[in-house]
Write a protein that binds this ligand. Structure first.
Ligand SMILES: [Zn+2]
Length: 312
């Protein structure tokens, strides 16, 4: 059951109260409704010596929904919980629609405008709008909850991959650098994407090698979208052939489609942690104890510099 948020007359957050107690405060005329969602009441007097218990916001960011909860660390009680539905796909659809409109207008040649080339750079730290929307949804709610409840800390689910690199690899379409992503993240990501099996014989029992779908000798790139996993015998047999020539035309299509949800979650989580830091609250991220994730990202010079430029 969700408690009711309480603020005093100066809008200082107080301890959330049980709905029964909130009802009594309202009927006794000691409080009024400030907000209906999430239900918040405002005390009619200042409570200068109130010592509210610090609460913790827990966030579990997902691709379609994000779970949020406010918990009392001291008692372990869940004070408030909610699930947020993101509009990622909706954002993308609207932008696709806009793009189609503009393309159609251009091809109709109804007016002449000089081509523009100088304004095509994206600022650093740019996220695709569908992901940006997810991050901002969460930040909006964290800010809102901070105004309504005495929030003292934030917890966020683990960032599984080094998402800055992930984002470069597939979301923005930037080619990954051999030696940067060639390590734990790349392998882990490919294992996840190809369900830990050989793409050509579907066996899960053999050790897997990272394999170029279009061989490098034939102009294949190092992009993650050109990589798959294969067992040694199939990798050898494929040799200098493309996957299509090797009898697996479907693999190319599967490789080009990024692991959308995972990529979205990862990119979002990473960006989210960085922006939540700006709130000044202590942030705890789930500890998976793996070499990737926040810890490593924070130590390696590239992501942190990138983030610093992006978010100050
Ligand atoms: Zn195989």
């Amino acid at each position: 059951m969700s408690y009711v948020f309480v603020v005093d007359v100066q809008r200082k957050p107080l301890n959330p109260v049980h709905p029964g107690r909130a009802r009594r405060l309202l009927t006794e005329g000691k409080a009024a409704v400030l907000r209906r969602s999430p239900l918040t009441i405002i005390r009619k007097t200042a409570m200068p010596d109130a010592q509210p218990d610090p609460l913790r916001v827990k966030i579990d960011p997902g691709s379609k929904t994000t779970g949020m909860a406010v918990v009392n660390d001291a008692s372990g009680e869940v004070v408030w919980a909610a699930e947020m539905h993101h509009r990622g796909q909706q954002v993308k659809d609207r932008l696709d629609q806009r793009r189609a409109c503009r393309r159609s207008r251009r091809s109709r040649h109804t007016r002449y405008r000089q081509p523009r080339f100088a304004n095509r750079r994206r600022r650093e730290g740019w996220l695709p709008p569908s992901l940006e929307s997810r991050v901002r949804n969460i930040l909006t709610w964290v800010e809102r909850l901070r105004r309504l409840a005495p929030i003292g800390a934030i917890s966020q689910e683990l960032v599984k991959f080094d998402t800055q690199l992930m984002q470069n690899a597939e979301i923005s379409g930037v080619e990954y650098q051999q030696g940067t992503l060639a390590g734990y993240e790349l392998r882990a990501y490919l294992l996840e994407k190809w369900e830990r099996r050989c793409a050509y014989c579907q066996k899960t029992t053999h050790p897997l090698q990272v394999e170029h779908i279009v061989p490098q000798s034939r102009g294949g790139s190092n992009r993650v979208s050109n990589l798959t996993l294969a067992c040694e015998p199939r990798n050898q047999a494929k040799g200098n052939h493309t996957a299509a020539e090797f009898g697996h035309p479907d693999i190319q299509a599967q490789a080009t489609a990024p692991l959308k949800d995972a990529a979205a979650i990862n990119a979002t989580r990473w960006a989210l942690v960085q922006r939540l830091r700006a709130t000044g609250l202590p942030i705890e991220t789930g500890s998976g104890g793996e070499p990737s994730g926040i810890g490593r990202g924070a130590r390696s010079p590239r992501p942190i510099g990138w983030m610093r430029r992006a978010w100050g």
